[in-house]
Design a protein around this ligand. Structure first.
Ligand code: AGP
Length: 629
């Protein structure tokens, strides 16, 4: 699961089902494609789950409840269940359907679990469980946890100890919350790398992915730390480390309103999603790099032989996704020696592209519903090309019509302007290019391993950019009155320049244009006038020929009066004399630089648009997914 699934747990004197379903409704903003609940009452669990929106779940719940009862599943004496869990799923492993919806249960139906994150070693665990006779019915990584809990409970321990024992066997990022019919006054949660917060009430307690699920009941909260298990009872909350050692907890008071809580305290979803980029990049890498450093992308459903038979790649996409495709071209051609074309999806099928059975078309789309890209996919398949989708929404139209798909794990992207989806699209294309190099032998195993290791450091590099981003915000506010901003870049910096210009256009409604810096002298330099802001993305010094030429470009425009805003790697002193404003990013390999160089441009556009009083999440004239041609 991606990190954006919604989780709710409750134990107390209210109807657990009511509290949980209401909490899930508060988490709907996170985006999801299925939902479910499990309530413990009188020695049994009642599990209800449905694909689609909460309305489907509510309908199903009404169906399983006594006639006329909007109440929850009563015990024998009619008392409603006092402990329960709920989940809204943003699918990554397994299609969004009833079977894969959470909660998942064990063989006996006595324990139910919901999950947020990605369990990297679930395939191995699943195999072991099936060998021990367990019957797993879903395609999810989560279901294995329910059966592992079953095995521990069968040894006579309680749910809390069972959870602690299971957690130490899991690799990856996960938040788990479980209920057990044998302990009706207990909900147990566990956290590693995925968010989980406790709501502390009077005679009742809550668990959730974020506070918006329970601030209607209590604003006293406890943030769980890494590798911790929490035991929720009506009488209180107990937190331990995975090894059972009691953990110190810090209570805090939540003073956000619901809207702020949904945005994680940010003013806009876009700001929240920019801040989520380190996690989104890390999640998109999770589960795809083996212990030996080799890539495993079986989910692409294209065999190694099919990948070896490819003699040309064409990437089709729109907008920001197109810019990701432009960057992909540099990586694919450099690592695989395969010719790679990048085409605007809306142009692709009208130019009579040359497609054969040995052509691989890669369609990049965050939403998976962009009609231009979908029509390009259909055209490519009619021409018998293989089509691979890179998409962020599990089960959307484009992946369903591709031969294979590699999902990004950015979680729902709600702001219209794409940010975290873009960075995860870059990670996906790097992984595909490296996998092609690995399969086709154009890169030695150790070279692929080395680059994969560097990719693994990128979440922290992106975090580093975000930690030092305040000067970019100040700069943006100072430019709010400008009419136009130009963006220059070379090599992979050129698509970054285009992306920076697009962000400014769609958010600040300003004229902005990105250029290949080498093109300046062929016309655009006539645009340079006194005080015109020009953002220049400087390539890594690892490519001196590129670096030195762009330093010359900066001198040329500065000599003509431009206000130079230079994005350059740490330690690059050559640019200092020519930069009116210098924005530092971590030094990373040339091909990976877009992962760090794009972030200042996202924040720049967002802050400048905010300074102009625009609605950053819903810019005028734009839709999140353009489902018309
Ligand atoms: C980017 O900020 C825009 N929202 C837009 O260009 C978007 O990238 C484009 O419409 C493609 O959308 P998709 O990735 O969902 O196919």
């Amino acid at each position: 699961m991606a990190r954006m699934c919604g989780i709710v747990g409750y134990v107390g004197s209210q109807s657990a089902l009511d509290v949980v379903v209401e909490g899930l409704a508060r988490l709907e903003y996170r985006g999801y494609d299925s939902a479910g609940t499990a309530v413990s009452a009188d020695g049994k669990l009642t599990v209800t789950k449905r694909a689609g929106k909460l309305a489907n779940l509510r309908e199903a719940l009404a169906g399983t409840l006594p006639p006329g009862g909007a109440d929850d599943s009563p015990g024998e004496d009619g008392t409603p269940g006092r402990s329960g869990i709920g989940h809204t799923r943003w699918a990554t492993h397994g299609a969004p359907n009833d079977r894969n919806a959470h909660p998942h249960t064990d063989c006996t139906g006595a324990v139910a679990v919901v999950h947020n994150g990605i369990i990297e070693n679930f395939a191995t665990l699943r195999l072991e469980l099936e060998r021990r006779g367990h019957d797993l019915s879903s395609d999810t990584d989560t279901e294995a946890v329910a059966h592992l809990l079953e095995e521990e409970l069968a040894k006579g321990v309680g749910l809390a100890d069972a959870m602690r024992r299971v957690c130490v066997r899991l690799d990856g990022a996960f938040t788990l919350v479980a209920v057990y019919s044998g302990e009706p006054d207990l909900v147990v949660g566990a956290r590693r790398n995925s968010p989980l917060v406790v709501g502390v009430g009077e005679g009742e307690n809550f668990l959730a992915s974020d506070v918006s699920a329970f601030i209607a009941h209590t604003r006293d909260a406890i943030e769980l730390g890494q590798d911790q298990v929490v035991e929720l009872r009506p009488t209180g909350v107990r937190v331990t480390e995975f090894d059972g050692t009691p953990a110190a907890v810090t209570e805090y008071h939540v003073d956000w309103d619901v809207s702020a809580a949904e945005k994680g305290g940010h003013d806009y979803f876009m700001l929240k999603e920019i801040a989520e980029q380190p996690t989104a990049v890390a999640d998109t890498l999770l589960g795809r790099i083996g212990a030996d450093g080799r890539l495993s992308l079986d989910e692409m459903r294209l065999t190694d032989d099919e990948l070896r038979d490819i003699d040309k790649i064409i990437i089709v996409a729109c907008g920001t996704a197109y810019h990701a495709g432009m960057i992909a071209k540099y990586a694919i051609e450099h690592w695989t020696q395969l010719p790679c074309e990048v085409e605007l999806a809306s142009e692709f099928r009208y130019r009579d592209p040359i497609l054969t059975r040995s052509t691989l078309v890669i369609a990049i789309s965050q939403s998976g519903e962009t009609m231009d890209t979908l029509m390009a996919v259909r055209h490519a398949r009619e021409q018998r090309a293989s089509v691979l989708g890179i998409c962020n929404v599990n089960g959307s139209t484009i992946p369903r019509e591709c031969d294979g798909v590699l999902y990004t794990h950015a979680g729902p992207e709600i702001a219209v302007a794409s940010t975290k989806a873009f960075l995860t699209q870059l990670v996906a294309v790097y992984l595909i290019a490296l996998y092609l190099a690995q399969v086709r032998g154009t890169k030695w195993g150790d070279e692929v391993f080395a680059m994969v290791q560097l990719l693994g450091t990128m979440p922290q590099k992106v975090e580093q950019v975000l930690e030092t981003i305040e000067p970019v915000r100040e700069l943006a506010r100072s430019l709010a009155g400008e009419r136009c901003v130009l963006f220059l870049g070379r090599h992979v910096g050129f698509p970054v320049a285009l992306e920076g210009a697009l962000k400014l256009k769609e958010l600040a409604y300003m004229h902005a244009e990105g250029f290949a810096a080498g093109e300046l002298k062929h016309g655009p330099i006539a645009l340079i006038e006194q005080g015109l802001p020009v953002v220049v993305i400087v390539p890594s010094r690892a490519r001196p020929i590129l670096h030195d030429k762009i330093v010359s470009n900066i001198q040329e425009i500065r000599a003509r009066g431009a206000r130079t805003i230079v994005i350059a790697e740490e330690g690059d002193e050559a640019v200092v004399p020519y930069a009116d404003t210098l924005i530092r990013v971590p030094a990373v390999p040339t091909l990976l630089q877009p992962l760090v160089a794009t972030v200042p441009l996202q924040v720049f556009a967002c802050e400048l648009a905010t300074a102009k009083g625009h609605d950053v999440d819903q810019p005028r004239n734009l839709a999140k997914s353009v489902t018309v041609e």
